[in-house]
Design a protein. Structure first.
Length: 125
């Protein structure tokens, strides 16, 4: 997500690049002490140099696929958030009976309804 703009730019102007999982690089290095941006950049450069023959250039999916991935990520986030609010709402309804807590329940209900509407809106994008 953080490098997609750079990756898209490099792809558009025809410069080959590789995007690798950070965990892959970290595991290849082993346990080492010290961590900051300069040290991390050096370790990434060392990894790239040592594996330059086997690292393959990244091929970005079509822009429509990238958009679809973003929409699905957002949808999953909304669905998870809605589930969390539903669970909390049900728990609090059991624990906090009475009219004095009606405002709290209305807020939860409103949030849940709004998230449901947003999930449905994403289907039309």
């Amino acid at each position: 997500m953080y490098s997609i703009k750079l990756a898209t730019y490099l792809n558009d102007i025809g410069i080959p690049f590789a995007m690798l999982p950070a965990l892959q690089i970290k595991q290849s290095i082993g346990i080492r002490r010290g961590k900051n941006d300069q040290i991390d950049a050096q370790r990434i450069a060392e990894y790239a140099w040592l594996h330059r023959e086997t690292i393959q250039a990244t091929l970005l999916p079509a822009k429509s696929i990238l958009k679809l991935q973003s929409l699905l990520t957002l949808r999953n986030r909304l669905v998870c958030d809605r589930g969390g609010y539903e669970a909390t709402w049900k728990e609090q309804k059991k624990a906090l009976e009475g009219k004095e807590h009606k405002g709290i329940f209305q807020v939860y209900k409103s949030l849940i309804m709004n998230l449901t509407v947003q999930v449905k809106r994403l289907k039309n994008k």
